[in-house]
Write a protein that binds this ligand. Structure first.
Ligand SMILES: *Cc1c(COP(=O)(O)O)cnc(C)c1O
Ligand code: SF4
Length: 449
């Protein structure tokens, strides 16, 4: 199972439903946990890898271990009756098509694909829609290279599961870097490119170069960002993979062209920064001149405690990473499983923030990537005798709304912006008249990861 190359380096090997049964850890799992993995992974994508299994998961704490929760499907992620139906199909040895049909039914129920979802923020070039590009905030364009739409492991909370589950019509990608460049030339106000996925770091360095090289000639671009979880899930990408050095060379070339390269690193738990290889990855990336910014959603069962965040930011700061965003987890397939009330997210944030020095207080959060923009929960206050949430936009479709504090009625159970109501008439302009909750499926990215 473990793959090692001739120089003794660990080689990447995905662990999925098909081969997890042959891992040494599988035999030690209890029957219920094994059944849950088998059943739930027919519906939600499951992929981990040997590094996560060998070095990040503490098997003595399974099933509560945060990295186990983060990458292994859990029974409670499905509604009880859906779970029962699927479990019995599997037990009966039902044919593959029957299982697949049932899985699709449950997937659409968990996250239907409403009209309009893929139509917002998709820019046009002449009459052509550029489907791998998203332009929501004036300065920043997101690019989803078609070869970067998978990951070294799948986070169980990830709302992009639709891309991974083989429902092709939901795929959101393009091969067309030419179109991207043409679009940027037509939009000189864009100064930032954010290359995201999936995880662009699943690409070979030579392929990534084909996407990045044409961007280097564009004078308007100040910063190229790459959103990635590879620093946590497969840090070997930057250290011992055969083309790791080529990758670092590519990073240097971005810097040589007078642009900043920022690695938007999705770290969600301090254990991800605890191994030698993870630290070496940070050191090597930083040695190219690139910055590493840390961001993650706050996720129940994984990192829903202030101490976890404080420790992660401190460890990051020690290694020279810059804490950037804490996101509120959006609706995902397994929403009920992961959901945390907004007030609790804020408590976690405040409890962590107050423990760290100003160096790590570059972090902002908790922030919701909602339809109208990134809504920052500043806290609660008492306004004329009524408790209220104090909010502001960090990013907004309408830039004039940014950085103006506004109020929403306090609601201890609210888990997302569309459940909040303006406190006063003056606050109404900060709330969209139509809520586009479904659209946010792809619009606000938890990772910009
Ligand atoms: C978060 C986000 C960005 C980048 O915003 P920054 O505040 O510059 O990090 C760009 N586009 C979308 C759609 C986003 O959600
Ligand atoms: S959160 Fe990022 S790394 Fe995790 S599965 Fe989703 S896209 Fe991949």
């Amino acid at each position: 199972m473990i793959r090692i190359d001739s120089s003794g380096n660990l080689r990447y090997r995905a662990i999925t439903r098909a081969n997890v049964l042959r891992t040494p850890q599988w035999d030690d799992l209890c029957t219920e946990v094994r059944e849950a993995v088998e059943v739930v992974s027919t519906v939600l994508p499951f992929r981990t890898n040997q590094y996560i299994m060998a070095e990040l998961i503490d098997w003595s704490r399974v099933p509560d271990d945060p990295m186990f929760q983060l990458t292994f499907p859990q029974r409670e992620m499905l509604h009880e009756d859906d779970y029962a139906v699927m479990a019995s199909l599997i037990r009966r040895g039902a044919p593959r098509e029957v299982i697949e049909e049932e899985a699709n039914r449950i997937r659409y129920e968990l996250n239907p694909h409403p009209a309009g979802q893929l139509t917002h923020n998709v820019p046009r070039l002449g009459r052509k829609r550029l489907s791998g590009i998203q332009h929501k905030y004036r300065e920043t364009v997101l690019f989803f290279p078609s070869h970067g739409q998978t990951c070294h492991a799948y986070c169980t909370f990830c709302f992009r599961w639709a891309q991974f589950a083989g429902l092709d019509e939901l795929k959101f990608a393009t091969r067309e870097v030419d179109h991207l460049v043409a679009y940027l030339r037509q939009n000189p106000q864009v100064t930032d490119m954010l290359i995201t996925g999936g995880d662009p770091m699943v690409m070979k360095s030579s392929l990534l170069e084909q996407y990045i090289e044409p961007l280097l000639k564009l004078d308007q671009l100040l910063t190229i960002r790459i959103g990635t979880k590879a620093v946590a899930y497969w840090p070997h990408r930057f250290v011992t993979d055969p083309d790791a050095d080529d990758l670092l060379y590519l990073f240097e070339r971005v810097m040589d062209h007078g642009k900043q390269l920022a690695i938007m690193a999705h770290y969600c738990h301090p254990v991800e920064l605890s191994t030698d290889v993870a630290r070496e990855a940070v050191r090597r990336i930083r040695s190219t001149g690139a910055n590493i910014r840390m961001q993650s959603p706050v996720v129940k069962h994984v990192n829903d405690s202030a101490d976890i965040w404080a420790e992660m930011w401190r460890m990051g700061a020690r290694l020279g990473c810059i804490p950037y965003y804490m996101f509120v987890n959006r609706d995902t397939g397994a929403q009920d499983y992961f959901q945390i009330p907004l007030i609790r997210c804020w408590n976690i944030f405040q409890g962590a923030y107050r423990q760290v020095s100003g160096i790590a207080r570059t972090v902002r959060g908790p922030s919701m990537s909602a339809f109208p923009g990134k809504v920052h929960i500043l806290g609660t206050s008492n306004v004329g005798g009524e408790r209220a949430f104090v909010l502001q936009y960090l990013q907004a479709r309408r830039p004039e709304l940014v950085r103006r504090p506004f109020f929403a009625r306090f609601d201890p159970e609210a888990t997302w912006f569309d459940e909040l109501r303006p406190l006063t008439a003056a606050d109404r302009r900060f709330f969209p008249t139509i809520q586009h909750r479904p659209a946010s499926f792809i619009l606000g990215l938890p990772e910009e990861a």
